[in-house]
Ligand binder design. Structure first.
Ligand SMILES: O=C(O)CCC(=O)C(=O)O
Length: 196
């Protein structure tokens, strides 16, 4: 993507959304996809709804029935280098990204409108294998305010950051994918300051 197009895209998107094409190389992407092929992905469960999206979580797994973060295994070695690069770009120490989620979107898989759960602060995603659209709309959403819905194409090997306004004042979704795609998202744990 030419610099001018990237600049125009970032101008249009909410504060706190950053996008970087070609964040990883095709070789790194192939290695990550091969690692993901070995993982025990399972259909995500949202209360009584079983999604088509298959996932595996590290550093914590969110239970949407009890609304709590439950323990999960540590972030595996093969994700550590990527987490380090994300941390440099986001200017957030790598060890603060305590959570990683790998998601598989078979063709036709979608993810509904949401903001990420409040246990997390900064959300960074890397896209693999195929492109997807990500739509963003202001939260709370007012019916009929279509002008406030934006969309960005998440190219394979690209990365995005969601924080600040984009993370807290906007929702995002992934409409049904047109191809197989994987995403790796890293989330930093939100610090709840104790008040005296
Ligand atoms: O697939 C993506 O990049 C979006 C992931 C996402 O929004 C989520 O897991 O909450």
């Amino acid at each position: 993507m030419p610099q001018s197009e990237l600049f125009a895209l970032e101008q249009a998107l909410p504060e706190g959304f950053e996008y970087r094409p070609d964040f990883i190389t095709a070789e790194e992407e192939a290695d990550l996809v091969a690692e993901i092929g070995q993982l025990p992905l399972r259909k995500a469960q949202y209360k009584e709804f079983t999604a088509k999206r298959r996932i595996v979580s590290y550093g914590g797994t969110y239970d949407f029935s009890s609304n709590e973060l439950l323990p999960a295994g540590p972030i595996p070695l093969f994700l550590r280098g990527l987490r380090e690069r994300i941390s440099v770009w986001a200017a957030v120490p790598a060890q603060e990204f305590t959570h990683a989620l790998i998601a598989e979107y078979q063709t036709g898989t979608q993810l509904g409108w949401h903001r990420d759960v409040p246990e997390f602060e900064v959300v960074c995603g890397v896209s693999l294998a195929g492109a997807a659209r990500m739509k963003l709309r202001r939260y709370p959403y007012r019916k009929g305010s279509r002008a406030q819905t934006l969309a960005v194409t998440l190219e394979p090997r690209s990365a995005y950051i969601l924080r600040g306004e984009a993370r807290w004042r906007w929702q995002h979704n992934i409409p049904p994918t047109r191809n197989l795609r994987y995403s790796i998202t890293f989330r930093s744990r939100r610090r709840i300051e104790a008040t005296a």
